[in-house]
Design a protein around this ligand. Structure first.
Ligand SMILES: C[S@@+](CC[C@H](N)C(=O)[O-])C[C@H]1O[C@@H](n2cnc3c(N)ncnc32)[C@H](O)[C@@H]1O
Length: 252
């Protein structure tokens, strides 16, 4: 059993830095539980609660079996839930309130203006992310954080507003950016749906951190710019893309 990674996830750094006594934290998109375990360590230290939402079906636009593929097979889903719990230290079970199901049905069940930190890393397709953010925002307290993963490119520079609906309905597209593979290596992939949904929802009033792919907005504040303070996360530990060898700008 592995209880968390040796390297610190970005969201753990954020919770550690801005944690509040008895904080209420929500994670949408837990997958194998590694990140959840790290969040639970900090939430537990602050005597808080962690609501975790995942349907464990995977990403609707992914069918590659080496990735987080979509399935409705009950056995596979059961196995994924088992894997999730295998990465959670039993002493954190009490802190975690796992809610299994579709985020669009489960986020509305959370009380409005009650969440201190809302972390979104569920679906990555544009319409789905837009929906998750719109549902999550009213749940966040004034001065609370709403943030997430996979903000993997610059909205203006990549001309994200020019992409087709087909490109935006993918989990990831191959254009210059800061995606990461399963080993944490940085690759020129962009979760275009995430970048577009986040940028447009907040009218650009969002902090982001490339190449760590993180985005963050503090409710009631205007804090744009780079989230450079949170460089402890594991996404920096991989190999960077070899831009000399294959310049993906040519593929734009
Ligand atoms: C990228 S993974 C999360 C990874 C995790 N945050 C981490 O860093 O280890 C995305 C997760 O979101 C879940 N997901 C995707 N769409 C969803 C939806 N509509 N409702 C609930 N969960 C969803 C998938 O099952 C998957 O486990």
């Amino acid at each position: 059993m592995i209880f968390g990674d040796t390297q610190e996830h970005w969201i753990k750094s954020l919770l550690k830095t801005f944690g509040r006594e008895e904080m209420k934290v929500v994670q949408v998109g837990a997958w194998d539980g590694h990140e959840t375990e790290q969040m639970a360590q900090i939430v537990s230290a602050f005597n808080g609660k962690l609501i975790v939402i995942d349907w464990f079906k995977g990403q609707i636009s992914i069918d590659d079996e080496n990735d987080i593929f979509y399935t409705e097979d009950e056995e596979v889903i059961k196995q994924r839930i088992k894997t999730f719990w295998s990465h959670i230290n039993p002493k954190h079970h009490d802190v975690i309130d796992l809610r299994i199901g579709d985020s669009k049905e489960l986020i509305p069940q959370i009380e409005d203006n009650s969440v201190d930190f809302f972390h979104i890393d569920g679906a990555h397709e544009y319409e789905e992310v837009k929906r998750d953010i719109s549902l999550a925002f009213p749940k966040v307290k004034l001065n609370g954080f709403i943030c997430g993963d996979d903000y993997s490119g610059d909205y203006e520079y990549l001309r994200i507003n020019k992409l087709t609906d087909e490109q935006l309905s993918q989990d990831t597209i191959l254009v210059p950016g800061y995606g990461h593979d399963t080993d944490g290596n940085i690759t020129p992939h962009v979760h275009a749906g995430v970048v577009k949904a986040v940028w447009e929802f907040f009218f650009g009033d969002v902090m982001y951190n490339l190449p760590q792919n993180k985005w963050c907005h503090v409710k009631g504040h205007t804090l744009t710019g780079n989230l450079g303070a949170f460089k402890g996360g594991k996404k920096f530990e991989g190999e960077d893309w070899d831009w000399e060898k294959d310049d993906p700008h040519k593929k734009l």
